[in-house]
Design a protein around this ligand. Structure first.
Ligand code: NAP
Length: 272
C-alpha cells in the first residue's frame, strides 16, 4: 500500500492517465506516478503487458490500476480511455504513446505516415479536449505531453515524426497559456535519445548517430518533478546542449543538414 499520498496527489487529484504505458517512457511514467500514490488508468494496444504492469503496481504500491486496451489512432480508443476516467478524481494525464517511421518519407506508405500523425498529434489533442474541461471545471490537474528534441527543427529521414513533435511542443505551450490561470499545469517534455523499443526498429541503426542515451525512468522522473514548475523540459545536460546548438548556435538550415547527414546514415537512406 502506498503509505501516504504524495503532495502531488493532494495538489492534482487521485488518478492519473498514462497512454503508451505498455513500454518505454510511458511505462516508467506509470511506475513513477504509482510510487507517488496515484491510482492509474493505463492505455495501449498490448493489453497483456498492461495487465502485468497493473499487477506489479498494485502489489508494490497498493494503488488501483485500470487497464484499457486501446488503439489511439481511432476514436474508439480515445473514447475507451475517456470512459475509464468518467467516475474518478482526475489528477494528471500523460500522453506518451507515440510512433515513428524513420527513413525516406516516400518509403513508408501514406497510411503509415497518417497513423503517425493520428497517434502523435490527433490523439493528444483529442485527449486534451475531452479531459481538459473536466480539469478546468474542478480547478486542478496537470497534463504532460511527450514531444522530442527532434521537434526543434526539420529532420530529414524523420520528416513526418519531427513535424508531429513540433506540433506537440507548440500545442502544449499554447495550452499552458490558456490553462494555468484555471489551476491546470501543462508541461511538454522533449526527450532526446532514450533506450526504449522505439529505437530498436529493424533497418535503423541509431548507434550511428552520436548520442548520449538516457534511461526512460530518468526521463519520466524528471518530467513528473517538473510539472507545475516549468512549461518545457529538455531532460539531461547533453540534450540541453544539443538544443542550444541546434536552435541558437547553428543557422537553422545547418541544423537540418546536420540531422539529415546523421539520420541518413542511421537509416542508410542517404544512399537512395
Ligand atoms: N525513445 C526515444 O528516443 C524518444 C525520444 C524522444 C521522444 N520519444 C517519445 O516518447 C514517447 C514514448 O516512446 P518510447 O520511446 O517509450 O517508445 P516505446 O517503448 O515504443 O513506447 C511506445 C508506446 O506507444 C504505444 N503505442 C504505439 N502505437 C499505439 C497505438 N496505435 N495506440 C495506442 N498506443 C500505441 C505502445 O504500446 P502498444 O504497442 O502496446 O500499443 C507503447 O506503449 C513517444 O511519444 C516518443 O515519440 C521517444
Amino acid at each position: 500500500m502506498a503509505e501516504t499520498s504524495s503532495k502531488r496527489v493532494e495538489k492534482y487529484g487521485q488518478w492519473a492517465v498514462v497512454t503508451g504505458a505498455s513500454s518505454g517512457i510511458g511505462r516508467e511514467f506509470a511506475r513513477r506516478l504509482a510510487s507517488e500514490g496515484f491510482h492509474l488508468v493505463v492505455a495501449a494496444r498490448r493489453i497483456e503487458r498492461l495487465d502485468d504492469l497493473a499487477e506489479e503496481l498494485t502489489t508494490a504500491h497498493g494503488v488501483q490500476v485500470r487497464t484499457v486496451e486501446a488503439d489511439l489512432t481511432g476514436n474508439a480508443g480515445i473514447e475507451a480511455v475517456v470512459k475509464a476516467t468518467a467516475d474518478v478524481d482526475l489528477g494528471i494525464v500523460v500522453c506518451s504513446a507515440g510512433t515513428a517511421s524513420p527513413g525516406a518519407f516516400l518509403k513508408a506508405s501514406i497510411e503509415q505516415q497518417l497513423q503517425t500523425v493520428d497517434l502523435n498529434v490527433i490523439a493528444p489533442m483529442q485527449l486534451a479536449h475531452a479531459l481538459g474541461g473536466q480539469m478546468i471545471g474542478q480547478g486542478h490537474g496537470g497534463f504532460i505531453f511527450v514531444g522530442s528534441t527532434s521537434g526543434f527543427n526539420g529532420v530529414p529521414y524523420m520528416s513526418n515524426y519531427a513535424a508531429t513533435k513540433a506540433f506537440v511542443g507548440s500545442f502544449a505551450e499554447g495550452l499552458r497559456g490558456e490553462w494555468t490561470k484555471h489551476g491546470v499545469d501543462v508541461l511538454v517534455v522533449h526527450p532526446g535519445p532514450t533506450r526504449t523499443e522505439m529505437v530498436e526498429m529493424e533497418g535503423v541503426d541509431f548507434d550511428k548517430v552520436p548520442a548520449v542515451w538516457m534511461a526512460p525512468d530518468v526521463v519520466a522522473r524528471k518530467a513528473v518533478k517538473a510539472l507545475g514548475r516549468r512549461s518545457v523540459l529538455v531532460p539531461g545536460a547533453p540534450n540541453k546542449v544539443m538544443r542550444f546548438m541546434t536552435t541558437r548556435l547553428l543557422p537553422r538550415r545547418a541544423s537540418v543538414a546536420m540531422w539529415g547527414t546523421l539520420m541518413g546514415r542511421a537509416t542508410n537512406d542517404d544512399l537512395l
